[in-house]
Design a protein around this ligand. Structure first.
Ligand SMILES: [Zn+2]
Length: 477
């Protein structure tokens, strides 16, 4: 029944291959996969006896995309916050209703998000999992990620407790020991934010990360919540380590960008999020000039769908838009685009791989892990003519054009249909979460949450309650 049994070699025939080693395009090229690895890339490859074949002609073969920041646990609330600001998101999740999420709700969100990712050709997702209130929540998150055949990095966090508390709890170490096995399909990071309090209450969490040899990912440069003070404190205490991922990195000064560049960090840009929620103007136009490595992310399906076609398109648009605006303000005209389509495709693939320290992902070359996407849709008028493959991926293609997806050599989507995925079970799980939340909140609060106004008594910016620290840049004094 299954043409793609484990261990059977597979060849993608005659596609336009984007190897992601610069702007090179390989027309009419085959990609041979054996086991979990890309064995060969070239024209007219001889396939081993019994190899499965997929006709990639007319399509684009590229590396699986990598999302470096997605709050997967929130996915059952798909579209609920379409009209929210960041403040409304903070009030809803951090102060009011995030506590209602049970382990099974984290499981439901993660499962749906994981399926959504592979369907869109996003083969690796960093699950920025800051709803892990108990070890049971954390186990549920890991169980869900293990149940869907994508590649993940669990970035462990808990917005309901100070980082210094959850990160130093014995249960946390126990979880890492039990669940993180280093098998390449489930990586690990620690996820928490730095508020700028001069007493640096996040220090113990950084020490745990250093002790475990774990990367820290942090929302840095979020208007009203985290800014230059947090970056400076991390720097002064020696915790801006190579590999650290700074999410958003908007609303920061050049000084902070210098510190990120100098210490070997990278920035995860969530352009759609920054545009709608208000962390700051999507920063690629600024951080490009500092030579800071970039990856892309989509943040949360509470607003946006979990695909990186949208992220690439939005990022290219926002970057160019800013350059035009800056020029017009000086009565000048931009005559050449600085940011090219191939650059955002690079950020969505190789950039993500570099950010998470996986040089075996993000490119199409012999010896690389076989995480591959075939974009091909013979029934679509948008599939031809295929003149500019990078431009096609960034500005023309979308989720529905994802024909085939491989993760670690395994076919998880073929001919536009998910393979071996129980979507009905994922739907039922999401529905149980919605029933639970509606039941606990009450119908009126549920409806109001979707169509919010903000009570004046609420905290309107930095929602963290573990410190009384306030400054001009976070709270109006
Ligand atoms: Zn986020």
């Amino acid at each position: 029944m299954n043409d793609f049994q484990a261990g059977r070699p597979l060849v993608l025939r005659g596609g336009t291959v984007l190897p992601m080693d610069g702007r090179r395009v390989l027309p009419d090229t085959d990609v041979l996969v054996t086991g979990d690895t890309i064995a060969a890339v070239g024209p007219g490859l001889e396939a081993p006896e019994g190899a499965a074949e997929i006709d990639a002609s007319g399509g684009i073969v590229m590396p699986g995309m990598i999302d470096t920041h997605r709050h997967m646990w929130q996915t059952a609330l798909r579209g609920y916050g379409a009209d929210w600001t960041l403040t409304q998101y903070f009030v809803w999740f951090y102060l009011e209703y995030g506590k209602l999420f049970r382990p099974e709700d984290v499981h439901a969100g993660n499962t749906l998000a994981a399926i959504e990712a592979i369907d869109a050709g996003v083969t690796t997702v960093v699950d920025w999992s800051h709803g892990l209130r108990t070890p049971d929540h954390a186990d549920a998150a890991a169980d869900a990620l293990r149940s869907v055949p994508g590649r993940y990095v669990l970035a462990y966090g808990n917005i309901q407790q100070p980082p210094a508390e959850w990160a130093t709890a014995p249960e946390f170490r126990d979880f890492v020991r039990r669940r993180i096995t280093g098998d390449g399909m489930l990586g690990f990071q620690m996820a928490f934010d730095v508020l700028g309090d001069p007493s640096f209450p996040e220090q113990p969490a950084f020490e745990v990360a250093r002790d475990l040899g774990v990367t820290v990912t942090t929302h840095a440069g979020v208007w009203g919540a985290t800014g230059d003070d947090g970056i400076r404190l991390m720097y002064e205490h020696g915790f801006m380590a190579p590999g650290t991922i700074y999410v958003h990195a908007a609303s920061l000064s050049a000084d902070s960008y210098h510190r990120i560049a100098a210490t070997g960090g990278s920035v995860s840009v969530s352009t759609e999020s920054e545009q709608s929620a208000g962390q700051g103007y999507p920063p690629t136009w600024a951080i490009r000039s500092h030579g800071i490595p970039v990856s892309l992310s989509m943040d949360t399906s509470v607003w946006w769908s979990g695909d990186l076609f949208s992220a690439m398109r939005a990022t290219l648009g926002a970057d160019r838009s800013r350059e035009h605006l800056e020029a017009h303000a000086k009565s000048e005209t931009v005559t050449h685009c600085a940011l090219r389509a191939d650059q955002v495709v690079d950020w969505a693939t190789r950039g993500g791989a570099a950010a998470i320290g996986r040089d075996d992902l993000g490119t199409v070359a012999p010896g690389q892990k076989a995480d591959l996407v075939l974009i091909k849709n013979d029934g679509s008028p948008v599939s031809f003519p295929l003149l500019n493959p990078f431009g096609h991926v960034a500005f023309q293609a979308q989720r529905g054009d994802v024909h085939t997806v491989l993760v670690n050599g395994r076919v998880v989507k073929h001919e536009h249909r998910l393979v071996g995925i129980d979507l009905a079970a994922a739907r039922a799980g999401a529905e149980r979460t919605i029933d639970h939340l509606k039941g606990e909140m009450g119908e009126e609060a549920w409806e109001k949450g979707m169509n919010p106004d903000i009570p004046t008594t609420k905290v309107l910016d930095n929602p963290y309650t573990y410190t009384d620290y306030r400054s001009d840049s976070t709270h109006r004094l």
